[in-house]
Write a protein that binds this ligand. Structure first.
Ligand code: DMJ
Length: 650
């Protein structure tokens, strides 16, 4: 059948005039069939033909959207596609369910659990604000800087004090100027041979004298020198070294020095460097107990203990002298790790039995057990006790745990270690498994100052007694100087074999410019204003000038009992950090670095008291907003939208 015959309305010459009524029944049926088939086809086309606009855009308009989709493939989440709509809907549904579950969960929690969750979130955000892994010190949180009171002083009215104070500044100029001339950038100066000196305590970190002296330069208002030192720190102080350092020494001198320089000057570089170095020290705490290693390779993060330490132990005066600096590092960085690490040290110590209430100097970081039972308030033990007291003072007297540990320890020391010689000199002996060695180190002489500082807070009316003990220790230590030829104190002195406050062994007769005796004079002067302490300090100044001063700086001496000095050719960095600073403060008025605002770390670096009412401290680096929007709890560093209910800042 020709096609033309199947088309009902196609005119053909012979049918043009034909009437429809003239179709036969079969023809009508065929026409109906064709017509309905055509309608079905058109209707179906609506559903099955591709979308023309898309088809056209794909063919004629090479749009970027199409290109992008082609590149990233069919599952790329094209929001226009039906599959993606499905996925988006599914995600919304899932998030909604999750939020409901979380809200339900939160409602079932106890308030303390909710608080802990908030703190965890806060920690997390604080860490994130430090960058990945908490290591990016360039992204430290913003801290508003407020200089604590008394960063610089003024000339004393008393003409003698004024003149003596000026003299000590001259001494600092000589020590610093010589270092700058002969050893700039080295850790220390050899003042006799006029060259640099590096102790392996600092690995290959450089510039110990610069960092240790920063705050002394500042408080003596040697600002030109301070600026030169700042420039050196900015350009040269580098902690990216593949070297093993003493965690304790690096902490007290470098971290402490940088923190003080920050608090005195407000210069950000010091905060940044302190936190950077602090982060580098954290791997030292990777031990089974969290008691840190003594030595740490700053690159590999591998730690170990001094090979000579009893049974692989860590040393009390080392792991116990991190607290002040680490609390400030947490404050300035927003990273709670520092504080947690040092608080954990206390936890370990508080779990252990203490022989007669005493703390042995050796503790194994793997087993958490004491090593040899050797107790000392001098070398190996000293600054642990100092930091317990100062942690309490630095916390604005809120750290009750530190306070209790200090006064309990002091009581045990008084009972078991403090003795009076037949000549009436009070001293602090060393304790070895229950037996006393009647020897007192120069280092132990700091205890006079510590006891004076703590006397005011002593329990059960012991304030007066502790002040008396402090004064007795100061007197004994002064005697140890007065009984030498050079009027400088030996490294250790004994109360046995018929002698009192005298070194009997050749290897204990040296003086290396240490500060502890002068430190005690300074505290005693501040608390009593008894002029003898200034006189004793002045005697030490004269001896230093006479026997330690050389053309190229100041040097230690090998034998304080010899009539002429034999120089050891080292100008220790603590001479500038501590000895000269304490002398300067001894002849300054009490409002210079006042004790109610500042606490000195064990290297004499002043750190501000952290106020409980947060009034004068630059230490609120992060403010975390925790809020409820609908049912979902969230947290972030900015305030939430007004519609949300704020749960915290707490
Ligand atoms: C300083 O580094 C510190 O005072 C430390 O606590 C003990 N020894 C020296 C100074 O003698």
């Amino acid at each position: 059948m020709p096609v033309a015959t199947l088309l009902p309305f196609t005119a053909t010459p012979n049918r043009k005039s034909a009437s429809p009524t003239s179709f036969r029944l079969t023809e009508k049926f065929i026409l109906l069939l064709v017509f309905s088939a055509f309608i079905t086809l058109c209707f179906g086309a609506i559903f099955f033909l591709p979308d023309s606009s898309k088809l056209l855009s794909g063919v004629f308009f090479h749009s970027s959207a199409v290109e992008t989709n082609t590149r990233i493939g069919p599952d790329s989440g094209d929001p226009g596609s039906a599959g993606n709509d499905e996925r988006v809907l599914a995600k919304i549904r899932k998030d909604h369910e999750k939020a409901l579950l979380e809200a339900k969960d939160t409602l079932q929690k106890r308030p303390d659990e909710i608080k802990q969750d908030i703190l965890n979130d806060k920690d997390k955000v604080a860490k994130e604000s430090l960058g990945q892994g908490g290591n990016d010190v360039n992204s430290l949180p913003f801290v508003e800087y407020h200089r604590p009171p008394g960063a610089t002083g003024h000339e004393p009215e008393d003409p003698v004090a004024k003149e003596r104070r000026a003299k000590i500044k001259e001494m600092m100029k000589h020590a610093w100027g010589s270092y700058r001339r002969y050893a700039w950038g080295s850790n220390e100066l050899r003042p006799v041979s006029k060259q640099g000196h590096s102790s392996n305590l600092f690995g290959s970190i450089k510039g110990a004298t610069i960092v240790d002296a920063l705050d002394t330069l500042y408080i003596m208002e040697m600002f030109e020198e301070f600026d030169a030192a700042t420039e050196w720190v900015e350009k040269n102080l580098d902690f990216n070294v593949n070297a093993e350092v003493s965690v304790f020494e690096v902490n007290i001198r470098f971290v402490g020095g940088l923190l003080s320089a920050y608090y005195l000057s407000g210069k950000e570089v010091y905060r940044r460097k302190a936190v950077e170095l602090g982060e580098k020290l954290l791997p030292a705490f990777k031990t089974p107990t969290g008691i840190p290693w003594a030595l740490l390779n700053l690159k590999s993060g591998i730690g170990r203990n001094w090979p000579w330490a009893s049974g692989g132990s860590s040393i009390l005066a080392e792991y116990g002298t991190l607290h002040l600096e680490f609390m400030h590092l947490s404050k300035l960085s927003g990273n709670p790790d520092f504080a947690q690490k040092v608080m954990n040290i206390r936890k370990v110590l508080n779990r252990l039995d203490k022989p007669q209430g005493l703390y042995p100097n050796y503790l194994n970081p793997n087993s958490g057990q004491w090593g040899q039972h050797h107790v000392s308030v001098g070398g190996l033990g000293d600054s642990f006790y100092e930091y317990l007291l100062k942690a309490w003072l630095m916390s604005d007297k809120t750290d009750e745990e530190g306070k209790k540990m200090y006064y309990d320890a002091l009581q045990a020391i008084e009972t078991n270690l403090m003795r009076k010689s037949s000549g009436g000199l009070t001293y602090i002996a060393e304790w070895k498994g229950g037996l006393l060695e009647h020897k007192m180190g120069h280092l132990t002489c700091f205890a006079g100052g510590m006891m004076a500082l703590g006397a005011d807070g002593a329990p059960s009316d012991k304030t007066g007694h502790q002040m008396e003990q402090a004064a007795e220790i100061a007197r004994t230590c002064h005697e140890s100087y007065a009984r030498t030829a050079l009027k400088l104190g030996p490294e250790a002195f004994r109360f046995d074999g018929g002698v009192e406050a005298i070194a009997t062994r050749q290897n204990e007769k040296y003086f290396i410019l240490r500060p502890e005796v002068i430190e005690t004079y300074m505290y005693m002067w501040r608390f009593t204003h008894d002029p003898k302490y200034r006189e004793w300090g002045w005697e030490a100044v004269q001896a230093l000038e006479q026997h330690c001063k050389v053309e190229g700086g100041y040097s230690g001496v090998r034998d304080v009992y010899a009539s002429t000095p034999n120089h050891d050719d080292v100008q220790q960095s603590f001479y500038l950090a501590e000895t000269l600073k304490y002398l300067y403060l001894l002849f300054s008025d009490d409002d210079h670095l006042p004790f109610d605002h500042w606490v000195f770390n064990t290297e004499a670096h002043p750190l501000p008291v952290i106020r409980k009412d947060k009034t004068d401290i630059p230490n609120e680096p992060t403010r975390l907003w925790v809020f409820l929007c609908g049912a979902a709890a969230s947290s972030r560093l900015r305030p939430p939208a007004p519609a949300c209910r704020i749960v915290s800042p707490l």
